[in-house]
Design a protein around this ligand. Structure first.
Ligand SMILES: Cc1ncc(COP(=O)(O)O)c(C=O)c1O
Length: 377
């Protein structure tokens, strides 16, 4: 059996090696390192894939979130609601821009932001909601968009983990994650479902005016060379990363199917065990692209199980071990423990298993049988 990796980028590279090497070699020959044709090609390819009018590439997913918030003109003191159970980048940029983060609890079945909790957190100062498509599952966008419309709020999708997933509205309309809110941000960090070989990110929007603002912000606030009309940043996707992404984008759906197949195999082996809650997802809709496959371990020692798996060289991880409202940087007297019962419980129970496009049946069998053997004890 091949050594099990949490994310197996090396094996994935083997399948695309020639195309990636040619793409990178071309850039080395042409010296078009910044803003080369590969970047424009990727932007157009991704616009087509997502069905979104504007993709603006940038340096990473954290920048993408920050730039989206800058472009919306959010001002210090404006409240931005996001999930307590997610990676810190989301709340970090809210705080950096001196906006007021408002963390809310999540849904125990999907781990995604709770619409009820959002509703309760809205005040006259609320300006935006940032749903995160956590672990690859699309947040309840129809309800969130309706709520946002009712209260005149912006919706910024954090699509760092959900690229390629679909969302089906109650009237049957299907849209890609990242094409639903007013603006969306994604990351091409290597381990992401669509990852490059360094840092990368992008902002998506169907609003042409907002896209124009964003194109200036990513480039030092310039709309005309050396005319700095707004305060901007320097945030670029470099051509070598775009060349990698141009090879990987046409394979994204196949990579996501491979992830989903692995998830189904995990779930069929692990469902029906009283100590395990397997992730909820619809097989029909492509609403989960399994950036992570995350179990809840209940009435059993999750940490001992994790150590046991690691002793067998099965990598696994706790995403995320500490709720954001308890992180030193984001502690605030406004937060009450009773407002976060689900996140507080999830951080004690979650366990993410190896998840990538290259998992094989022997590896999945070894992982699941090792979990079951441990829990039987
Ligand atoms: C949910 C979420 N948002 C934002 C980010 C930030 O992306 P990046 O690492 O490219 O800055 C990540 C990446 O880890 C993420 O998982």
């Amino acid at each position: 059996m091949r050594k099990i990796q949490m994310v197996d980028l090396k094996s994935q590279y083997e399948g695309i090696k020639d195309a990636v090497n040619v793409g990178i070699q071309e850039i080395l020959e042409n010296s078009t390192y910044i803003n080369g044709p590969e970047v424009h090609r990727f932007q157009a390819n991704l616009e087509q894939y997502l069905g979104v009018k504007n993709v603006i590439p940038c340096a990473n997913g954290t920048d993408a979130l920050q730039i989206a918030m800058m472009a919306l003109g959010l001002k210090p003191g404006d409240e931005v609601i996001t999930a307590d159970f997610t990676f810190a980048a989301t709340v970090e940029v809210i705080a950096l821009l001196q906006l007021t983060p408002v963390l809310v609890d999540v849904d125990p079945a999907t781990f995604n932001i709770s619409v009820e909790a959002i509703r309760k957190a809205i005040t006259p100062k609320t300006k935006a909601i940032v749903p995160v498509h956590l672990f690859g599952q699309v947040a309840p966008m129809e309800e969130i968009m309706n709520l946002a419309k009712e209260h005149g709020l912006y919706v910024i999708e954090d699509d760092a983990q959900g690229i390629g997933a679909d969302y089906t509205f109650s009237d049957g309309t299907v849209k890609k994650a990242g094409s639903i809110g007013h603006v969306a941000a994604t990351s091409f960090f290597p381990s992401k479902n669509l990852g490059c070989y360094g840092d990368g990110g992008a902002i998506f929007t169907n609003d042409d005016e907002l896209a124009h603002t964003i194109r200036g912000i990513v480039n030092h606030g310039m709309y005309e060379r050396y005319h700095h009309d707004v305060v901007g940043v320097n945030s670029r996707l470099d051509s070598i990363q775009a060349a990698v992404l141009n090879v990987k984008l046409p394979k994204l759906d196949a990579y996501n199917v491979a992830r989903k197949n692995a998830a189904k195999k995990y779930s069929s082996a692990l469902a029906n065990h009283s100590n395990i809650i397997t992730p909820v997802f619809s097989e029909v809709e492509n609403s989960h692209v399994f950036h992570q496959y995350t179990l809840r371990i209940v009435d059993a020692d999750r940490n001992a199980l994790m150590q046991h798996l690691q002793s067998l060289e099965i990598p696994c991880a706790i995403y995320y071990p500490i709720p954001l409202h308890k992180q030193k940087a984001y502690i605030d007297v406004r937060y009450k423990e009773e407002d976060f019962p689900i996140t507080n419980q999830l951080v004690e129970e979650v366990l993410s298993l190896p998840m990538h496009s290259e998992l094989d049946d022997d590896q999945i069998e070894f992982i699941t049988s090792s979990i079951l053997a441990f829990l039987k004890k």
